[in-house]
Design a protein around this ligand. Structure first.
Ligand code: PLP
Length: 382
């Protein structure tokens, strides 16, 4: 075995992106340090305009994280005690956490085995059951674009219309993806995203954004972002939070947004190589022809997952498990309702998913090594 074969493969390579951007990031940071408007400086407004254009939506309200983005959207819709909010159980904790923080009740819904996204039939039956069994008012469904693939928004919109639900698109993992000719940010009634460093569009700290075409919602979100302020700064008209995005992060994001489209295309090339190389050895993610994933993660489904993972680790190939435990089985969320038929797909996926190294700058020979080692590990684990 040559020494290069023993090098550890990068799971995500942020340094490659930094090299590509050259001195642009340093210059952007320098500009902010010089003008000194660290809170709500000009870069914040500029970024919001650029993000709104990129997504093809009228308003973008930046904020401090993807979690705050979800929280603020629910606050703008007056979600609170007595409200039911439908969320997939196979997701990151934030999606349900913000619901509980507001005193509302998350109702856990199943996901589809091939896309990992919310199952519209499970959603419909969960809404029916909630109306009959619990004294809760169904208010919002949070559709999560798991691993970068937009959820089935057309079908979800039909279910939402039937039950008078608002659709919140949690696009934390899918910024840069699209479906039906529409980019993430423009899907759902309101969409949110995260700029956590490892997301497809990441900054160098925490950050997030909220998108909507609705003028009034955007105005309420801007007020919530700064303690519920009204036109008079010291007469707060509602309860809000300190949810602002730092000017420094906005300046960094302006530079990174410039190359996002190209990076998404590169991620798609990497995904195609995986799809071709892995073939039938494992179940690879499925993307419908009218959708494009932002590939926050490349996640496969395989048996003997933990064994395969250990073998890969010994060969210098890092993998990750998103998510080892669905929310409804986690200690803090055990007491909340779940869809009437249960959420068996969420439970099964948690035992079988494995995320492989994925970033826009992965070289073909590195990827070849991942594919070969994975095929071998799967064969030996059967
Ligand atoms: C990352 C993530 C969030 C939270 O974003 P933060 O910026 O870390 O607060 C919310 N939902 C999903 C699906 C995520 O992946």
């Amino acid at each position: 075995m040559t020494s290069s074969r023993q090098d550890v493969v990068a799971f995500i390579d942020l340094q490659a992106q930094r090299k590509r951007l050259g001195t642009k990031i340093d210059e952007a940071i320098d500009r902010v340090l010089n003008h000194g408007k660290f809170i709500m400086g000009p870069e914040v407004t500029e970024l919001e305009g650029r993000l709104a254009d990129f997504s093809g939506v009228r308003h973008c309200v930046s904020c401090a994280s993807g979690t705050d983005a979800l929280l603020m959207a629910l606050m703008a819709w007056s979600v609170g005690p007595g409200s039911a909010v439908f969320v997939p159980s196979f997701t990151f904790a934030s999606t349900a956490e913000v619901v509980v923080l507001l005193g509302a009740t998350p109702v856990f819904v199943d996901v589809l085995p091939d896309t990992f996204n919310i199952d519209p039939d499970s959603l419909a039956s969960a809404v029916e059951a909630t109306k009959q069994k619990h004294s809760l008012r169904p208010k919002v469904v949070i559709a999560v674009d798991m691993f970068g693939l937009p959820a089935a928004y057309k079908v979800i919109a039909d279910v939402a219309a039937r039950f008078d639900l608002k659709v919140l698109a949690d696009a934390a993992q899918s910024y840069g993806g699209s479906t039906g000719g529409k980019r993430t940010g423009s899907l759902g009634d309101v969409a949110t995203t995260s700029f956590f460093p490892a997301k497809p569009l990441g900054c160098y700290g925490d950050g997030g954004a909220i998108f909507t075409d609705d003028e009034e919602t955007a105005a309420v979100l801007r007020s919530i972002r700064v303690h519920g302020q009204g036109s008079d700064k010291y007469d707060n008209v509602r309860i809000g939070i300190n949810g602002r995005l730092d000017t420094l992060q906005a300046a960094i994001l302006i530079e990174k947004l410039e190359i996002l489209q190209d990076e998404i295309e590169r991620r798609n090339v990497v995904a195609e190589r995986y799809e071709k190389g892995l073939g039938s050895a494992v179940r690879t993610p499925s993307v419908s022809p009218d959708a494009s994933s932002a590939w926050a993660q490349y996640t496969i489904v395989c048996g003997a997952r933990d064994d395969v993972r250990a073998k890969l680790r010994r060969r210098g190939i890092p993998t990750a498990i998103y998510y080892p435990k669905p929310l409804h089985l986690q200690t803090a969320y055990r007491s909340f309702p779940i869809a009437p038929a249960g959420v068996p797909v969420c439970e099964e996926l948690s035992n079988q998913v494995l995320s492989l190294p994925m970033h826009p700058y992965m070289e073909p020979d590195t990827q070849e090594r991942v594919v070969t080692e994975l095929a071998e590990a799967v064969t030996r684990s059967q």
